[in-house]
Design a binder for this molecule. Structure first.
Ligand code: ADP
Ligand code: MG
Length: 307
């Protein structure tokens, strides 16, 4: 059975420090719960960076193939998600199961590729370690401030999860990472399936349209996670309607009409004076255009982030 050697001291090592000396001790050995078929050898991790210290810990590591106690290959940068204690280890094992089963076909593109999942006793406690592809860095800004193509891409990723039968249940900026691809484009990957559950998505056939397609009519789009992502968090739809008193009218009217033209098309409720209605029409139109303007301003922001 393949093994992972994980350091007992998780203080990061400088990038140019020697990875380790042969025969050096201070490593816990965990056994593969499963191990990627492309890795036909034991691996050893050295800590490069501590990324996260919550219920689970996450480290950026250098992975080395080991034969016996000797390194036999190049370093590969990867991420280790580590759960200490039996209860947490069990949760991480469940996450590993999701990756292996329902998410298998999405690995390496929409979700990280998994190199393996390992279990065993460490200096800390009973431990589970999920070793996966390094898919980049935390997002530099909220979803809604990302460029339009990145917003559409992350929603596409979420939709792929749903089509694969999974609802994420913790789809926030903290669980999406960004990297620059070889072609210089940005790519966003969804991580952290600790809260995910099986899901028969009613919107499997929906197609992620270019950003600013009109928001679907309420009641025709029945998946809460996708709806919240598109309509609120990632903000990829343009409003279909605006509200004027108690009724809804096409948002396009607010985009193009003068307040007087708008008043000609809508119904003014009984008892409302025309000048009050005109003032209200003005505020509805102004609010709509200010929101659209802010949206366009955000869309022009460059993505600034440290590699
Ligand atoms: N495959 C990955 N590539 C790059 N960063 C990752 C990867 N997986 C996790 N991370 C980073 O580690 C953090 C913690 O991992 P996560 O799975 O979200 O743990 P938790 O369940 O404790 O929230 C994430 O917010 C993200 O910044
Ligand atoms: Mg998380």
């Amino acid at each position: 059975m393949f093994k992972l050697q994980f350091p007992q001291d998780t203080t990061p090592r400088l990038a140019d420090a020697p990875a380790f000396k042969d025969g050096e001790d201070g490593w816990d050995t965990l056994e593969a719960y499963y191990h990627g078929s492309e890795l036909a050898f034991d691996i050893r991790a050295t800590i490069r960076e501590r990324i996260h210290n919550g219920n689970m810990r996450a480290f950026r590591v250098g992975l080395y193939p080991v034969h016996g106690n000797t390194i036999a290959g190049e370093e590969l940068i990867a991420i280790c998600k580590v759960a200490y204690g039996r209860r947490r280890a069990k949760l991480l094992k469940k996450e590993a199961d999701l990756y292996r089963d329902k998410l298998a076909s999405l690995q390496g593109k929409w979700v990280p590729a998994i190199f393996g999942c390992y279990l065993g006793q460490t200096v800390e406690a009973w431990t589970c370690i999920l070793v996966m592809q390094d898919c980049g860095r935390p997002l530099p800004c909220p979803f809604y401030m990302l460029p339009p193509q990145s917003r559409a891409q992350v929603v596409d990723g979420l939709h792929h999860l749903h089509k694969a039968g999974i609802v994420h249940r913790d789809f926030t900026e903290h669980n999406v990472v960004i990297q620059k691809t070889d072609s210089g484009k940005y790519w966003l990957t969804i991580v952290d399936f600790g809260e995910a559950r099986e899901h028969d998505c009613p919107c499997k056939d929906w197609k992620v349209e270019p950003v600013y397609a009109p928001q679907p009519v309420t009641g025709t789009f029945d998946c809460a996670e996708l709806w919240n992502a598109c309509a609120q968090d990632v903000d990829i739809w343009r409003p279909r309607t605006v509200r004027f008193y108690e009724e809804f009218y096409p948002a396009d009217w607010a985009a193009s009409d003068t307040p007087e033209e708008f008043l000609e098309r809508v119904r003014i409720p009984d008892g409302i004076m025309r000048e009050d209605a005109l003032e209200y029409a003005y505020s509805v139109i102004t609010r709509y255009r200010e929101a659209a303007w802010t949206r366009l301003e955000w869309d022009k922001l460059p993505l600034l982030w440290k590699d």
